[in-house]
Write a protein that binds this ligand. Structure first.
Ligand SMILES: Nc1ncnc2c1ncn2[C@@H]1O[C@H](COP(=O)(O)OP(=O)(O)OP(=O)(O)O)[C@@H](O)[C@H]1O
Ligand SMILES: [Mg+2]
Length: 149
C-alpha cells in the first residue's frame, strides 16, 4: 500500500482546529478518518475544526454516550466514538449505513475494530508532548492522494 505521511506539532487547541481545517478544505466526501490518541489528546478538538471548516454550524461535542453524532455542512460529518462499544458486526452495519458520497466519517476509539481497512482510512495519530503540545502524524492511503494539509 502506498501512503503519504505528514507530521505536525500543534501547541494549542486552536492550532489543532486550524490543522483540521486545512485537511477539511480538501475533503470531497466518501472519506473515512480515524483518530488515534489517549483520552484528552485532542481527537474531538480536531473534529471541531474539521466540522467548522466544512460549514457545520452546530457545536461538535463528544459523542461518547450517543456513539455517533451528525453535523451537516458542505459535507455530512458522521462523528463516532466507539469507546464503550464492542461487537464488530453492529459497528460494521453502522458504518455501512452511514457511508455515502457526501459523507465524511470520523472515528474515535476504533483501533480495535477489524472492520477498519487501512487502504480506505486516513489514520491520524496524536501524541501529547510537553504541556499543550500535540504531535500529529497523518497516514494517507493512495485512495485519498488528493488530500493535503
Ligand atoms: N494542542 C492541543 N490540541 C488539542 N487539544 C488541546 C491542545 N492543548 C490542550 N488541549 C486540550 O486538551 C483537551 C482535548 O480534549 P478532546 O476532547 O479533544 O480529547 P479527545 O482525544 O477527544 O479525548 P477522548 O478520548 O476522551 O474523547 C481539551 O481540553 C483541549 O483544550
Ligand atoms: Mg473525544
Amino acid at each position: 500500500m502506498s501512503v503519504t505521511n505528514f507530521e505536525f506539532v500543534s501547541s494549542s487547541e486552536n492550532q489543532t482546529q486550524e490543522l483540521a481545517g486545512r485537511l477539511a478544505k480538501h475533503l470531497v466526501g466518501g472519506e473515512i478518518i480515524q483518530l488515534v490518541g489517549d483520552l484528552g489528546s485532542g481527537k474531538t478538538a480536531f473534529v471541531k475544526g474539521l466540522a467548522a471548516e466544512l460549514g457545520c454550524l452546530e457545536d461538535v461535542t463528544s459523542p461518547t454516550f450517543t456513539v455517533c453524532n451528525m453535523y451537516q455542512g458542505r459535507l455530512l460529518v458522521q462523528h463516532c466514538d466507539f469507546y464503550r462499544m464492542s461487537g464488530d458486526a453492529l459497528i460494521e452495519h453502522e458504518l455501512a449505513d452511514m457511508s455515502g458520497d457526501d459523507t465524511v466519517i470520523v472515528l474515535e476509539w476504533a483501533e480495535n475494530l477489524s472492520v477498519i481497512d487501512p487502504e480506505k482510512t486516513v489514520l491520524i495519530t496524536i501524541k501529547p508532548d510537553a504541556e499543550d503540545n500535540r504531535h500529529f502524524s497523518f497516514v494517507i492511503p493512495s485512495k485519498y492522494n488528493y488530500l493535503q494539509i
